[in-house]
Design a protein around this ligand. Structure first.
Ligand SMILES: [Zn+2]
Length: 329
C-alpha cells in the first residue's frame, strides 16, 4: 500500500482513480482490476436491531429503503424550495433526492409477540422494500409466533404487509388499530375524494380482518405495558405507543415525524403526507417536547434505520440523536 501511494498528492491520487486502476502500473493493482469484473451482489444484508427493555425484548425490523426525488415537493411545502435545500445542505444531505426507510417493530413481552406495522409487503419487493417478513425470520422469530399486529395508522407502507400471497402474513395474530383511524378510512365517504386510493387499500387489506380486530382510543391498552396515545394529524386517527417494562420506557412514534432533519429541525414545516397539516405540526411539538423533557428513547418508523434515537430541543425544533449503545449496556 505505502509503496503504491508514496509520493502521490491527494490531487494526483483522485486523478489516478478517475482514470481507472490500470493507470497505475503496479502489478498487484492490475490484479485488483481483474477482480473488478466479478459482478456486484447488490442485495442488502438482513437488518434488525434488538435490545432489552426491562422484561421485554424489542426488535426493530428493516422493511428496506426507497429513494425518492425532490424532497422540496414533500417537505416544507409552506416555505420556499431554497429554504428546504439550505437545511438539507447544512445537514450534509443531498438536495435532489432522499432516502425513505421503514421500520416495523416487534415487542416480545414474554406472553405476546406484538408487531407494530407490517411494511410495504410483497408488492414493494421489486423496489427494494417489503423486507419485514424476511427480516423477522432472520431475527429468529416465525410469522406464526406473532400474536398481535398493531397498525399505528392505515397508510399503505404500514398495512400492505398484512398479506403474503393473498393470505394473512401473520396467521395466528389478532389485530389492534385506532377506532378513529379505521372509521375514517373504511368509510365510503372517502370515495371521490383525494383519500379514495387509500380507502380502497384499506378495504382490500384491513376490512377483511375486522372480526379479529380490536379498536382503541387515547389511553387504550394493547397488552400489559403497551399503551396507545392519540397523535392525530398525520392521519385522522394516527396513534403512538408507550412501551414500558420494569420502569424502562420507550416511545414508538410511528409517523409523527417523517424525516429526521426536515420534520424534526422544522416541526412547523408542512408535509405533503400529513392529512391535517396544522394538527400534525401541533402533535409533533407535543410529542417531541415530551420525549425531550423525559429524555426518552423513541422508535420512529421513518427515522434512519435502525430508527431508534433521542431528541434534544434546539431552536425552533429538535436535534435527532441516533441511539448507538445506550440500550445495549
Ligand atoms: Zn409511513
Amino acid at each position: 500500500m505505502s509503496t503504491v501511494f508514496a509520493g502521490l498528492t491527494r490531487r494526483s491520487l483522485f486523478k489516478s482513480s478517475a482514470l481507472g486502476a490500470t493507470a497505475l502500473a503496479a502489478p498487484h493493482i492490475m490484479t485488483r482490476a481483474a477482480q473488478a469484473e466479478v459482478p456486484m451482489v447488490a442485495t442488502q444484508p438482513s437488518a434488525y436491531k434488538r435490545f432489552t427493555l426491562g422484561a421485554f425484548e424489542v426488535t426493530v425490523l428493516s422493511d428496506g429503503h426507497r429513494v425518492v426525488e425532490k424532497p422540496q415537493g414533500i417537505f416544507g411545502t409552506n416555505v420556499t424550495e431554497t429554504d428546504v435545500s439550505s437545511l438539507l445542505e447544512e445537514n450534509y444531505l443531498p438536495v435532489d433526492k432522499m432516502q425513505f426507510t421503514f421500520a416495523p417493530t416487534l415487542i416480545n413481552t414474554g406472553d405476546d409477540l406484538v408487531l407494530f406495522d407490517t411494511g410495504n409487503g410483497e408488492g414493494g419487493r421489486e423496489g427494494g422494500v417489503g423486507q419485514t417478513l424476511a427480516n423477522l425470520q432472520a431475527s429468529g422469530y416465525t410469522p406464526d409466533q406473532v400474536s398481535v399486529v398493531v397498525l399505528t395508522h392505515l397508510h399503505g407502507d404500514h398495512i400492505n404487509g398484512l398479506t403474503e400471497g393473498g393470505a394473512p402474513a401473520y396467521p395466528n395474530a389478532r389485530y389492534v388499530t385506532g377506532q378513529a383511524e379505521y372509521d375514517f378510512w373504511s368509510s365510503t365517504d372517502r370515495v371521490g375524494t383525494p383519500a379514495e386510493n387509500n380507502h380502497k387499500a384499506v378495504v382490500g387489506k384491513v376490512v377483511p380482518l375486522v372480526e379479529k380486530m380490536t379498536f382503541i382510543g387515547d389511553g387504550g391498552s394493547v397488552v400489559p405495558g403497551v399503551t396507545g396515545m392519540a397523535a392525530f394529524g398525520h392521519t385522522p386517527g394516527h396513534m403512538i405507543f408507550g412501551i414500558q417494562s420494569n420502569g424502562h420506557k420507550v416511545m414508538l412514534t410511528a409517523d409523527t415525524a417523517n424525516h429526521y432533519v426536515l420534520s424534526l429541525q422544522r416541526p412547523d414545516w408542512e408535509v405533503a403526507f400529513d392529512a391535517d397539516k396544522a394538527a400534525a405540526a401541533a402533535t409533533r411539538k407535543t410529542v417531541f417536547d415530551m420525549i425531550a423533557a423525559d429524555r426518552l428513547a423513541f422508535i420512529g418508523y421513518h427515522m434512519p434505520f435502525p430508527s431508534v434515537g433521542y431528541i434534544e430541543k434546539v431552536g425552533e425544533g429538535y436535534r435527532y440523536i441516533p441511539e448507538t449503545y445506550q440500550l445495549d449496556i
